[in-house]
Design a protein around this ligand. Structure first.
Ligand code: 6PG
Length: 240
């Protein structure tokens, strides 16, 4: 369910600015050589990524330490309009602050099943162990969105990926919402291995899903847990 301390901000820009501050705070608090952040897809977070790479913030992000992962992606070529890789690359800006070696995308060209296994190996290789240690999170921060049907990442209501408990990454042969292409998604288990989860939710289209969550309905976004904190940033249109 939606925590009562969700922060409501005037508009999508304010949500992006607050998210940027919180991500930078995560980086500033970390003494580790490497910081792992899982990015969400969709349209809401695009402003955040552009902001981080823009003139006011670029110098505050330790780009040499941050590794960017994907919470989910669609099985389309990376130059396709529906690709989260394309969205993230465009928003961060080509060849600027972001080193290609620090952007760990999901190899969706291998097909969802093989891509899910390969990405799981990528995550564990980065983490440096065969399995997750409950005492040490995989991600310093996981960014998530909320779909109109209550999905998050590509964990859609009623789909088999919801019940995957033994893997970090799951194939999603059938999406629950447009674009109706197969996906690959982090599982609840991988998302839970996080120090912070930041939900970014904007627009009137999200009101109904937020209302259902607050009413305690069992929606995928409401099943998300973290070994650390879960924070929600909403804009006024979504929270109304
Ligand atoms: C994706 C996402 C997805 C997204 C929600 C909300 O790639 O489809 O990661 O879970 O976060 O659909 O998307 P918006 O914030 O763009 O509405």
């Amino acid at each position: 369910a939606l925590p009562p301390d969700a922060v409501v901000l005037p508009d999508a820009d304010a949500v992006a600015r607050e998210a940027a501050e919180r991500l930078i705070a995560v980086c500033e608090a970390s003494r580790s050589e490497r910081i792992a952040i899982a990015l969400s897809g969709g349209s809401t977070p695009k402003r955040l990524y552009a902001l981080l790479a823009g003139p006011d913030h670029v110098g505050r992000v330790p780009w040499d330490r941050v590794h960017w992962f994907f919470g989910d992606d669609r099985a389309v070529p990376w130059d396709h309009a529906d690709s989260n890789v394309r969205m993230v690359r465009e928003a961060f800006g080509h060849g600027t602050a972001l080193s290609a070696a620090h952007l760990h995308f999901i190899p969706t060209d291998l097909g969802p099943e093989v891509a899910a296994e390969a990405y799981s190996r990528t995550l564990l290789a980065f983490y440096g162990a065969d399995r997750l240690d409950p005492a040490r999170p995989l991600f310093d921060c996981v960014l998530l969105g909320l779909g109109e049907d209550g999905h998050t990442a590509s964990l859609f209501p009623g789909k088999p990926a919801l019940s995957v408990t033994d893997a970090l990454v799951a194939p999603v042969p059938e999406a629950g919402l447009t674009p109706f292409v197969p996906r690959v998604t982090l599982t609840f288990k991988a998302i839970a291995s996080s120090a912070l989860i930041l939900f970014l939710v904007g627009g009137a289209g999200k009101r109904e899903a937020l209302r259902r969550l607050a009413a305690g309905e069992d929606l995928p976004a409401g099943r998300v847990t973290s070994r650390g904190r879960i924070e929600w940033l909403l804009d006024e249109a979504a929270a109304a």
